[in-house]
Write a protein of this length. Structure first.
Ligand code: SAM
Length: 246
């Protein structure tokens, strides 16, 4: 047990390149006693943690080993209550499909001081790394970020694909590698022109980055041919044609 009360810092680590961890995120890591890290957090940045810091990997591998969220909350709270500075280190921004909100609430309810360090979300940085601006004057006045973790016809899906198809904004789909075909079909069924440009970027900002460009009708097949796997982002909309691709 260390002296004084502990605390939790939720650090969004950006899309993967450790150069995209914020200065505040790095400073938090540099004074961590315990780092609870996710699979998509830029693990190369863990070298900034002090030598005494304990590193716990609670990475969620799609379809594989995962640590229960309640257990993670408990780890954060117990660590802080033991007087440690706990850094919860995640990919992108903790509040974009990152369960950071649940963790912040759990800490606050347990009377633990919690601070949020916003991160660079892959939902914007992924397209940008592939050369795609999510908004572009004269092309689109907005963008919509959705989770594709379930297909449109899944009973647990709450997304209105008819509205998305006619929104006229760029659509950014996270966690949609498995469901891309069903999502694209639904958008076209609801009136999105089949020739609408689309792009998929995987491992964005990492040396292994791959990008595939097509249309909403061809992007699934092209991505499969390129053997694109998670983590990947699909961008659907006129801006996808801006990418300077061969
Ligand atoms: C659970 S969500 C977390 C998103 C994260 N909180 C953020 O703001 O970027 C994980 C999804 O983010 C996307 N993602 C995260 N990092 C990525 C990367 N480097 N390249 C492409 N997609 C990425 C993928 O769609 C992946 O399935």
């Amino acid at each position: 047990m260390r002296g004084g009360p502990g605390r939790v810092t939720l650090v969004g680590g950006g899309p993967g390149d450790p150069g995209l961890v914020t200065v505040a995120g790095r400073e938090a890591l540099e004074c961590a006693d315990l780092v609870v890290a996710d699979r998509l957090a830029p693990l190369a940045a863990l070298r900034w943690a002090p030598a005494h810091a304990e590193i716990v990997d609670v990475g969620k591998i799609p379809g594989g080993r995962s640590t229960d969220q309640t257990e993670i909350n408990r780890m954060l709270i117990d660590g802080a209550k033991a007087g440690r500075h706990v850094v919860r280190f995640k990919g992108g921004d903790s509040f974009v499909f990152g369960r950071g909100g649940e963790e912040a609430v759990a800490c606050a309810r347990a009377g633990v001081e919690v601070r949020v360090v916003p991160g660079v979300s892959s939902s914007i940085a992924g397209p940008a790394a592939a050369g795609v601006p999510v908004t572009h004057r004269g092309l689109t006045q907005g963008f919509t970020v959705v989770s594709g973790h379930v297909p449109p016809d899944d009973p647990t899906s709450t997304l209105d694909y008819a509205a998305l198809a006619r929104a006229g904004t760029t659509l950014v789909v996270l966690m949609g590698v498995r469901t891309l075909e069903a999502i694209c079909e639904s958008l076209v069924d609801h009136g999105l022109p089949p020739g609408t440009p689309a792009l998929v970027v995987a491992d964005a900002t990492l040396p292994s980055q791959v990008r595939v460009r097509g249309t909403v009708s061809t992007i699934t097949e092209l991505s499969e041919k390129a053997q694109v796997g998670p983590p990947a982002i699909a961008v659907i909309g006129e801006v996808a044609d801006i990418a300077d691709l061969p």
